[in-house]
Ligand binder design. Structure first.
Ligand code: NAP
Length: 268
């Protein structure tokens, strides 16, 4: 079996990386950056986002494991003191693989035939580079609303505990094939009107954002941010691809929500 490790590069994460690598090589596993079966991410959820994007072309072959060297994470849910137990389980292949939905983002341009296509593990946001964002929102090709405000966020179920939550979105269990649209400070008065509530869309629905005037947008895909010019539309759907996590023990999603946001005493 082949493995690779991505560290947040702080002292503790690098030490754990060296320890885990030694153990796994002692068990006869091969360090392989090109095509690993298992990728260990040591740091936080942000580190796992980097690991995900490094292997976003090879998702069907890679299973991710996250170890947190800060606070408990949603993707990084192993503690540093559990490293020996974890590498033993990896070496003995004592794990199952669970899959979470992803978001597919297609950005179509006015002068280009082919769209730019991205996969997001957490979310994609759209903002205007300098003025208020004005976009028409289409759901399954039907005009739904004209949005005016700071921006829009489309998140995955596993990303629903990240930016989406700060925007007042619901937390969605990652077993649901869904995506969630949330508003950032929409302008609502007698002239301008949006629904004002997060929308949870099922796997077979599509959402398109089309410019009303200015065609340039700041678009984020997880931690990556790019300015896109001459945009014709930004289209979202639940991706066909999935992200795979190696699971070694039961750690229910709602328990992670509880431990992260309410009280971590029981599990730390
Ligand atoms: P970052 O500093 O890497 O991440 C910001 C925070 O979001 C970190 O505390 C990170 O946890 C946490 N996080 C990431 N994914 C999460 C998830 N699925 N559930 C719960 N918490 C999660 O910032 P970045 O590099 O700019 O962007 C990465 C992510 O930050 C984005 O995908 C977005 O979700 C989030 N973000 C949140 C806000 C907000 O809440 N207002 C604003 C911008 C971006 P760790 O400390 O464990 O890495």
């Amino acid at each position: 079996m082949k493995f690779y490790i991505i560290s947040r590069s702080d002292k503790l994460s690098n030490e754990l990386m060296a320890t885990a690598r030694n153990y796994l090589e002692d068990f006869g596993m091969e360090w392989n950056e090109e095509s690993p079966d298992v990728v260990l991410s040591i740091g936080g959820d942000g580190t796992l986002l980097h690991a995900f994007h490094k292997y976003s072309e090879k998702l069907a072959d890679v299973a991710f494991v996250g170890i947190h060297t800060g606070h408990l994470g949603f993707y990084a849910d192993w503690k540093p003191i559990e490293i020996e137990k974890l590498v033993l389980s990896i070496a003995k292949k004592e794990y199952e693989v669970i899959e979470y939905p992803l978001l597919e983002v297609s950005i179509h341009y006015q002068n280009l035939e082919e769209p730019a296509v991205y996969l997001a593990l957490n979310e994609s946001t759209v903002k205007s580079p300098d003025v208020t964002l004005v976009m028409d929102v289409f759901l399954n090709e039907h005009h739904f609303e004209r949005f005016r405000g700071d921006g829009l966020c489309m998140s995955t179920p596993s990303g629903s505990t990240a930016y989406n939550k700060a925007l007042g979105g619901a937390i969605i269990h990652p077993s649901l094939q869904a995506m969630q649209l949330t508003e950032m400070a929409s302008i609502n008065n007698r002239v301008f009107r949006t629904v004002g509530s997060p929308l949870v869309l099922p796997g077979h629905h599509r959402c398109a954002l089309r410019p009303v005037k200015a065609p340039d947008f700041m678009v984020t895909i997880d931690h990556l941010q790019l300015l896109h010019k001459d945009v014709k539309s930004i289209e979202y759907r639940v991706a066909y691809e999935k992200v795979r996590f190696a699971r070694f023990r039961a750690f229910p999603f709602w328990q992670r929500v509880h431990d992260s946001f309410i009280d971590s005493e029981l599990s730390d």
